[in-house]
Design a protein around this ligand. Sequence first.
Ligand code: HEM
Length: 365
Amino acid sequence: MTDARPQAISTPLTRAGRFLVLTVRPGGEGAVRGLLPELAGLRRAVGFRVPDRRLSCVTGIGSALWDRLFSGPRPAELHPFRELHGPRHTAPATPGDLLFHLRAERADVCFELAGQIMARLGDAVRVADDTVGFEYFDRRDLLGFADGTENPEEAEADAATLIGAEDADFAGGSYVIVQKYLHDLTAWQELGTDAQERVIGRTKLADIELPDELKPADSHVALTSLDPAPDGTEREILRANMPFGSYGDGEFGTYFIGYCRTPAVTEEMLRNMFLGHGTATHDRILDFSTAVTGGLFFVPSADLLDDPPPAAGRPEAAASTAVVPGGVPPAPGAPATDGEQAAAPPSSPADGSLGIGSLRRSPHP
Ligand code: HEM
């Protein structure tokens, strides 16, 4: 393993959470670079007086933004979220340059830290998504099932999530994939408990995995539990999903967040879910849950966040006048605007260029 201090990835599940996804305007790169080494201090300032609230913050950086911020080597597997179009269901890629995964025992400190971050970034960013999650009874999602049971723990969680010698420049870092899912709770409740258990692959009340002979091939658990690698290494992710909901908007869902030392593991789970595997055409959970966002971020080690790589040369100079309060769009020919995860090329250049292939703006989710 590595000596680099990781961010607070492997944190026990908390009662409150906030998932803040931002896009960075052209010219906002300097503000972001300035914030990164301040984040640990900000978290301490908000959390120190109320240690029982266990405030933590994990910061993730999207592929296109990485190239706008830094020169030099880039994390080996950092790329935009890859959309999936299955026979029935789609996993969309949506805008996002920065992810702040805030967790605590109470929502107030998450709110306060999000506010401190936003105050520092000001006009440099736009909010793509701000989802407030909560613990629901005994760690259940809004489908009524305990969520997070099979997460790896302690040393196993670190082995699953933290980059090691395979990418030594970025050891202690991680990759995180997020997706916001909306549930059709009416259709779900009409199913009845037995059928729901066959969708998930576990019992509802006692949270016990169904035996293989009763677990359908298209159940969620069947499609997301991967066999170990040929060398025996487990292929696991660490999830910190949270329910969210609004009666006003009629939106109820699960915010999926999965950490792994390689995005390939989470991506294989996603392919199984959306494109199918074996006899399963898709994960049955998707017939009741629609993915409305998708993003992939690199999570630097805490040490790298404190002391980030050197600034990229060109974008800063090229875009230094482009932050316009009030959001006036840049002139034609100006650098791309926001974290267009889907539109960026699969492997952005590491030469300090923007590495974004499109000027198209997508509507926010
Ligand atoms: C609508 C969104 C989702 C909901 C409501 C959901 C819910 C659940 C539930 C209830 C379980 C069983 C208990 C547990 O072990 O946590 C589970 C297991 C799991 N889920 Fe999800 N999940 C969602 C999306 C995803 C996605 C997108 C992935 C991966 C890309 C994923 C990966 C896993 C894994 C790896 C397990 C453990 C499988 C095992 O080894 O038994 N989930 N999920």
